[in-house]
Design a protein around this ligand. Structure first.
Ligand SMILES: [Zn+2]
Length: 393
């Protein structure tokens, strides 16, 4: 942390301090603003000057040792705020919430720069607490934590921080202190056995942080327009076969569900394998939703928007949501997945939309042969509409 109290109850801020000022400060003793414990002024030969608690400290707010990246990130945010004349408070204490964001901008935007692991429980608790009290919280992942294209899967930690907007799809933010830029990773999907996404970089020398967030989320040149989503059905089969080789415990629930339906992963009907883009948060469990939707379509001949809006209440769907930890509401995750599947069915003319209903158009051939004919020797073209009209709010 950068701020502590002196013996004379003065607040001392170490950001932007000169070496000679620092030398003078070294003669006094300092105390944590939260817990009151004595803290050590670290003058930093390899880290920035900062205050640190003793090793065995019980301090609620600052007990984790801060990395240099974390310290430098907070200083960078403050620097940006000063450059662009934003009202900013470093390590601001919010008594109503009993929380202390790394920085508070314009009184209502909490900036949290995350450079170390954080449990989902804590992340969710802190986020909902901010939101309830009318603060906007911006989580920024440090350079080691935000997604890289070289990774095959996103880690549980990365998925935790995912948010959703109709423009960007699934997205999250990172901060590169080294390059002084915000990193927006958006359009995050699971593409067969590899995650996929796009990056957009915003230099903090050009953008003030709050405008950068806005620019990012209003991003007009949408990835969906630029890039129709193409995937080969052949490869997709390999994916579903490969799912079989995952740790059996993670598949138990899914296999049990399939077993009840007289299905198994190894011979999953083509209709449930497409589109081959799956939800990054649901993973292979998305197949549960496809099966339930298609069964409903076949049995009653249509699906109403009302039914879709309440589908997340079904017990089978509740079960798969239990393992789905992110900042996106469960309702949205399910709606997005339903919409993706229905859009595909529309493209292969198995459903048509009429007002608020999706009408099933049963093919003359069995569904499996019908679909094979549609997809044979072709690439499966799945283009997800720009606006997810079911999930705008
Ligand atoms: Zn403390």
């Amino acid at each position: 942390m950068f701020i502590a109290k002196s013996e004379k109850y003065q607040l001392i801020n170490l950001v932007g301090i000169t070496q000679s000022e620092l030398k003078k400060l070294a003669e006094s003793r300092y105390y944590c603003c939260d817990c009151g414990e004595e803290v050590i002024l670290k003058k930093g030969s390899c880290k920035r000057a900062h205050f640190a608690h003793q090793k065995n400290s019980q301090c609620h707010y600052f007990s984790e040792g801060e990395t240099n990246e974390h310290l430098a990130g907070k200083a960078l945010v403050m620097e940006n705020a000063h450059q662009f004349k934003l009202k900013a408070e470093l390590e601001a204490y919010l008594p109503q919430l009993k929380q202390r964001p790394d920085c508070l901008l314009e009184m209502t935007h909490a900036i949290e720069f995350q450079c170390s692991p954080l449990s989902y429980k804590k992340l969710w608790k802190r986020t909902s607490c901010y939101r309830r009290k009318g603060y906007q919280v911006h989580w920024l992942l440090g350079e080691a934590l935000y997604p890289k294209l070289s990774q095959r899967y996103l880690t549980r930690l990365q998925r935790q921080f995912i948010e959703f907007s109709p423009r960007l799809g699934y997205y999250l933010w990172g901060l590169s202190v080294r390059k002084k830029q915000l990193v927006l990773c958006y359009g995050i999907e699971q593409k067969k056995a590899h995650w996929s996404g796009h990056f957009h970089y915003l230099s903090l020398e050009k953008w003030n942080l709050l405008n950068a967030f806005q620019e990012g989320t209003n991003f007009t040149e949408t990835w969906r327009e630029r890039q129709p989503l193409l995937a080969q059905t052949k490869l997709n089969r390999q994916y579903w076969n490969s799912v079989n080789y995952r740790a059996p415990s993670s598949l138990f629930q899914l296999q049990q569900f399939l077993y009840q339906k007289g299905l198994n992963l190894r011979q999953l009907p083509l209709i449930y394998q497409v589109p081959s883009l799956t939800d990054i948060l649901l993973g292979e469990k998305e197949v549960v939703i496809r099966i339930l939707l298609f069964e409903k379509l076949q049995s009653s001949g249509y699906l109403s928007l009302l039914e879709l809006a309440t589908i997340d209440q079904e017990s089978e769907i509740q079960k798969i949501l239990n393992s789905c930890s992110s900042l996106v509401s469960h309702k949205k995750i399910i709606a997005l997945s339903c919409y993706r599947f229905l859009t595909f069915l529309e493209q292969v003319h198995l459903v048509r939309r009429e007002n608020d209903d999706y009408i099933y158009q049963a093919p003359r051939l069995p569904v499996e042969s019908y679909l094979k004919g549609k997809l044979e020797n072709k690439v499966e073209l799945v283009r997800i509409p720009l606006e997810y009209d079911m999930i705008k709010q």
